[in-house]
Write a protein that binds this ligand. Structure first.
Ligand code: PM9
Length: 478
């Protein structure tokens, strides 16, 4: 017997599969028809014609047997549900905020928070925009200002905390407009639009110090805070021996409240919440809650969903779970790397992002290269992904398209849903699309909604690029 010396020490998921859902690959002809009918927008595809669905990690989680048990014992009383009490106790213990304001999902919480805190014309600095968050800030009359570190804009840079806020950029804004003109600072964890990149604890601490001296509130988007804490534990000096629960508690301690889409970290299919420390703010927010969502003890959620969320939050803190979750994303990243597919570095916490500018250098950004690649990936193997570039960014007040530095296609992993072999299929499909990149052109937008256009916009494909287009574009961009 000859056993090798360096035996690997692999991780594996701390769960086994009890129920399965059948999926099957449609024919190329069926996919072509479906994509055309969907106007080349992956949001408009019917899920029955999708083979591997990496559109989003939002509400696509597989729940545990204990969460399903909580569903069965849910208390559906209109007022004072025991599941509200259960969720409230978990939120107070885990995140450390006093007041729980349950909403139907994350954007419900963003709506209530924005209407509670923003006065018309005030600024809301944040670490890169998120689509629904910025929408609600602007809907309330606020002006979003991006104060993320410059490293976030370079997809090829290996930098451990690309989500950090640049305190100097924030300070310049505060000096320009005055602290009273800052509604609050919006601090997102595992920043979605720059590749699922984390913030560091040192940055959150420095931000807290800066803001508390000036009377500025810090509101956390804790949607993927647990996944962010895994990166703090594995990347930031001093945190290797701390539990995920302790890291999360410390992180939230530097903020005055949070919004959460429970459909991500909290391992459920629907739900969200706003959580606040301050009694007066909570009073105001609850007045809006009963008008826009529902009574203060359910907001936008059924009792059973609050119960499942309480269980999900506690499950998400287990180290074996969160390691398997984030390392599964890294597995996909490594596989794509091994094929030479251009992706955002370092690997994100919930998704791997293809770098469309590098894959289709001959397609200008205003011809929507990332949107096109998402369509091609669907045609190739029935894999559904999502554009995160110029389409998602939308237009400014003068009607001009924003041209974000990052033009990305997001491959988002639902939690506890797919296996490594699914990811092998996905990565091979991506490589095949990249292999025929020279023959892929962009898209023309033929229907554009007025806001959050990426959800419902429609496109038509442009013909095969002229020979030499790739070289000419590459030369023009040098
Ligand atoms: N995120 C996502 O796929 C679903 C909607 S946008 C395609 O990434 C953050 C950081 C999010 C988020 C949703 C929301 C809104 C707030 N913050 O979708 O309303 O990633 O529950 O949450 C999506 P809801």
């Amino acid at each position: 017997m000859r056993i090798i010396d360096n035996i690997p020490n692999s991780w594996c998921e701390p769960w086994k599969i009890k129920t399965i859902e059948h999926i099957s690959l449609s024919t190329r002809e069926e996919r072509e028809a479906a994509l055309e009918a969907a106007g080349w927008n992956t949001f408009l595809l019917p899920s029955r014609l999708v083979f591997i669905d990496l559109l989003t990690d939002s509400g696509t989680n597989a729940m545990s047997d204990e969460q399903w048990a909580a569903i069965m014992t849910g208390d559906e009383a209109y007022a004072g549900s025991k599941d509200f009490e259960r969720l409230e106790a978990v939120v107070q213990e885990v995140y450390g905020y006093k007041h729980l304001i349950p909403t139907h999902q994350g954007r419900g919480a963003e709506h209530i928070l924005s209407q509670t805190l923003i006065r018309k014309g005030q600024y809301v600095p944040g670490n890169m925009y998120f689509t629904t968050t910025k929408f609600h800030q602007e809907y309330a009359g606020g002006i979003f200002e991006d104060v993320i570190v410059d490293e976030a804009f370079d997809p090829n840079l290996e930098f451990p905390f690309k989500g950090n806020i640049d305190i100097d950029k924030l300070d310049a804004l505060v000096k320009r407009v005055g602290p009273e003109q800052i509604a609050y600072v919006s601090l997102e964890t595992n920043v979605n639009m720059c590749g699922g990149q984390p913030i560091s604890m040192a940055n959150a601490r420095a931000l807290h110090e800066y803001c508390s001296k000036r009377g500025i509130l810090v509101m956390l988007d804790a949607t993927r805070a647990v996944e962010n804490c895994y990166f703090i534990k594995t990347r930031e000096p001093g945190y290797a021996d701390k539990s995920i629960a302790d890291i999360l508690h410390e992180l939230c301690g530097y903020t005055d409240g949070c919004t959460i889409s429970g459909k991500k970290d909290c391992l459920v299919n629907i739900g969200g919440f706003l959580a606040l420390r301050d009694d007066k703010l909570a009073l105001r927010a609850r007045e809006l809650l009963v008008a826009f969502e529902g009574l203060q003890t359910y907001g936008g959620m059924a009792g059973r969903d609050m119960g499942a969320m309480a269980v999900g939050i506690l499950e998400s803190l287990h180290y074996d779970y969160i390691r398997a979750r984030v390392e599964q994303v890294a597995y996909l990243g490594k596989r794509l790397d091994s094929f030479g597919v251009p992706i955002v570095r370092p690997y994100g916490g919930h998704a791997i992002y293809l770098n469309a500018k590098q894959i289709l250098p001959h397609v200008p950004q205003e011809k929507y290269p990332a949107q096109r690649i998402a369509g091609e990936l669907y045609l190739e193997a029935g894999v559904r992904s999502m554009e995160r570039g110029i389409v998602s960014a939308g237009r400014d007040h003068d009607g001009n398209e924003y041209k974000p530095a990052l033009e990305l296609v997001r491959l988002t992993l639902p939690r506890r849903v797919y296996t490594q072999s699914h990811l092998d299929v996905v990565s091979e499909a991506c490589a095949r699309v990249c292999k025929r990149a020279d023959s892929i052109n962009g898209l023309k937008m033929v229907h554009e909604p007025g806001s959050l256009r990426f959800f419902q916009a429609r496109f038509e494909p442009l013909g095969v690029p002229a020979p030499g287009a790739k070289k000419a574009m590459a030369a023009a961009s040098r």
